[in-house]
Design a binder for this molecule. Sequence first.
Ligand code: BTN
Length: 325
Amino acid sequence: MQQRQRLLSLLADGRFHSGEELGRALGVGRGAVWKMLRGAAPLGVEVFAVRGRGYRLGAPLELLERERILAALDASARALLGGLEVFPEIDSTNRWLLARAGRGLRRGHACLAEYQSAGRGRRGREWVSPYGCNLYLSVYWGYDAAPGGLHGLSLALGVAAAEALAGLGVDGVGLKWPNDLLLGGRKLGGLLIELSAESAGPWHVVAGAGINLRMPQAAAARIDQPWTELGAGGAARQGRNRLAGALLGALLLALERFGRAGFETFRAGWEQRDVTRGREVEVRDGAQLRRGVALGVDADGALLLREAGTTRRFVSGEVSLRMRP
Ligand code: BTN
């Protein structure tokens, strides 16, 4: 384990630890402890230093542990898991798997990270990924064929993620086409489906999910859209490892089911949680802005928009949908 990771796990209980005690545990001097903690600030770790008492984190952290995540997977999901890696720091879990997709990576290989330095959101956005507090998870899956194509995959996984959260007691998670998980009208998380560049036939897909559990203030300041988090109560009390296992299990099962049955079997689940259906929305498609009423999705997961008596269908991942107040 890296020294910095060890130091953060010593502090994870959220209590005060003196520089001397931390240094002793790591076999370094107090100055080195201070330097390491200063170096952790860009990762989004909030550390308080109080003279005479030492250091403590802004809030306790439950760090990810591979074994505990595996223990939280049920048998059917575990049978689909191709491998599991947990990184303290990475640029992007999606990028990591994409670079390996189609090169011996087993279907169902998953990775999680405590921190992403270049977390990717949809449409080229940054996904703000501070250390140790939210979930950043990616899963690789290979499809020889998928009934109806891959357009509906992001929606299917959104349904699976929302149902997994509901199973943990998070009620009222809504879905906004094509990939947003909303709670109380604000973004709780999102999915990013990326295809390996070499894929022209069998598709190498990386499905990434980011869920906000607790966002430190400094990181929150970098988010450029209305957002929310699970917060300290309710489901979050079950712990990040449990949540990670539940989310991973749901994604694996949905990835497999999508290959067998396509989007159609997720459609009813989508409709139950679709927050835009019947509402006035704006759809930006390249340079064009279209206004109309969202009619829901078709059997392939395409968005249907009623605009001046015409129904338009949108499939593109570049389309952005905004609800009108
Ligand atoms: C969105 O814009 O709503 C999609 C966000 C997807 C974020 C996740 S976090 C894990 C995975 N790795 C990334 O770099 N992005 C996805």
